[in-house]
Structures are given as C-alpha cells and as structure tokens.
Write a protein that binds this ligand. Structure first.
Ligand SMILES: O=C(O)c1cc(=O)[nH]c(=O)n1[C@@H]1O[C@H](COP(=O)(O)O)[C@@H](O)[C@H]1O
Length: 267
C-alpha cells in the first residue's frame, strides 16, 4: 500500500490527528525524569505506549533525540518501531534539505526499506530549491513512503523567506504549485505540505493542492482546531492537524494523555 492509502485507512479508523513526540528538556523535568538518554526513552516510549493505539500518526522530532548523540538516536529507532507496532504511522520531523548527492543520502537514511531510521514519511525543506529535493521524492515514491515539504511554516519569522516575491508570485506559492504539479504526475501523490495553523490567513493558496497537508502549531503556538475549516476552506479535507506540547503536557499519567487525545479527536 502507498503512504496515502495507509494514511487514509488509519485516519478513517482513528480520526485526523498527529501527535508530536517532542521530549524537550523541560518536559523531562516535569515528568520527573533525568535529562539523560534513559529519561528520554521513558518519556518518548511512555507517550507512544499511552496513545499509540488511538492516534493515527505520531511525529517524533529528531532534534530532541539527537541531543543525546548515538544513545538518543538508538531511542529514536525504538520509538519508530513502537509506533509501527501500535498500528500508527510515523512522520519523522527532520526538516532535511541539501544538494543532490547529500539529499540522496538523507533519502537513504529515512525513506529506504530496512534503514534503521526509516519512517512512513519525513519533513523536508525546499529552501535550497524545490528541485534539490528530487532524491527524496524518488525514494518516497519507490518505497511507498511520503514527504512533507515545508511551505508556510507556523513561526512568525517564516514569512521573510516564504512570502518573498519570486518570478511567479510568492516563494511559498511557487513551492505549493510545484508540489501540486509533481503530485499530478505521480500515481501515489506522495508529496505533502507543511502549513502552520497559526496564521490569521495563510497568505498562500492551497485550494488546488492534491496531497496531504500537515498543520503544526495547534495548541501552545496559538493555532486552534476550530479555525482550520475557515483557514483551509475545501482543502481542509487534506489537513492533518499536529499537536505536540498540547498533548504531551498532560503526562506522564497515561490515562490523562489518552484523555487529552480523545478530547482533541472529539473537537
Ligand atoms: O514540521 C513541523 O512539524 C513543524 C513545522 C512548523 O512550521 N512549525 C512547527 O512547530 N513544527 C514542529 O511542530 C512541533 C511544535 O509543536 P507544538 O509543541 O505543538 O507547538 C515542533 O516539533 C516543531 O518543529
């Protein structure tokens, strides 16, 4: 099955929600865990254990694992395996983007069958040029995985680059249109977008976009689930809202974590 087919099936069964696995240092403190790889492991795997069978997608943030070097990366490998074993999909948030030969290696690291850090999908950055991401597109299609291209990010600084005017309109619109064009040529529609849910208006048009749209920024950054239909219009059918701190802050009690997810799913 392609990534889109797996995504559709799990979203139909569990609802459209992504929970971010963001075990930041303050969270380890709040959960009474040490700021070590073993504290990281208990936090991240505890979260997946608590909610992995009710949420459609879990999105580990690589940075919080990289902090602990090879021990943290080993934890990330186990977290990815846990997500699979609970029947959820994984979007590994690595925001990679580089020149062709290096991008090729990133694609092998995250989108190749059997790679230790392989995920169902990853986040990638087009700001070295959309075409530089070609190896990731090819690997995603070949291996039934997905990619989410950063378009309009949730942070206030993003507009400096994303809303700048290029030859054919804003930079972000060129990215969105290039992703849509590529999806039209691909049978798997493996190319998704990242569009933050924090903006009063998006400042770009996603109405013609034909892939999955990851929408972070819900909760602590100020985005609200109730506002998504107004913000995205008809494209809301493609939207996967993503909440990290807004869920994980309910822990470490697994019952409270689960309740937080079920409340969000009922919104
Ligand atoms: O790609 C992302 O997930 C992402 C894109 C974006 O535009 N903004 C954004 O906050 N994120 C990620 O979403 C997570 C933050 O989620 P909250 O804790 O819910 O605010 C972090 O892992 C961010 O890296």
């Amino acid at each position: 099955m392609t990534y889109r087919q797996r995504l559709r099936a799990v979203v139909e069964a569990r609802g459209a929600l992504v929970v971010g696995v963001d075990p930041h240092p303050g969270l380890l403190d709040a959960w009474g865990l040490p700021r070590t790889a073993s504290g990281l492991e208990r936090c991240a795997r505890g979260l997946v254990e608590a909610i992995g069978d009710v949420v459609a997608v879990l999105k580990p943030q690589s940075a919080f694992f990289e902090t602990y070097g090879s021990a943290g990366i080993a934890v990330l490998e186990r977290v990815l395996a846990d997500i699979r074993s609970h029947g959820a999909l994984s979007i590994l948030d690595v925001k990679r983007g580089d020149i062709g030969s290096t991008m090729d290696a990133y694609a092998d690291a995250y989108l190749a069958d059997g790679a230790p850090l392989a995920a169902d999908a990853i986040t990638i950055s087009p700001y070295l040029g959309f075409g530089s991401l070609q190896p990731a597109f090819e690997r995603a299609v070949a291996n039934d995985r997905g990619v989410y291209v950063l378009a309009r990010t949730s942070n206030p600084e993003g507009g400096q680059v994303q809303l700048a005017l290029g030859e054919d309109g804003s930079v972000v619109q060129e990215i969105i249109d290039a992703a849509a064009e590529l999806n039209r040529k691909l049978p798997t529609r493996a190319i998704g977008l990242v569009v933050g849910g924090t903006h009063a208006n998006l400042g770009c048009d996603v109405s013609e976009f034909n892939g999955s749209i990851l929408v972070p920024g819900i909760g602590v950054q100020g985005g609200r689930l109730e506002d998504l239909p107004g913000l995205f219009g008809d494209a809301v059918r493609h939207v996967l809202p993503s909440v990290s701190r807004g869920v994980i802050s309910a822990g470490p009690d697994p019952v409270a974590l689960r309740r937080r997810v079920l409340d969000l799913l009922a919104t």
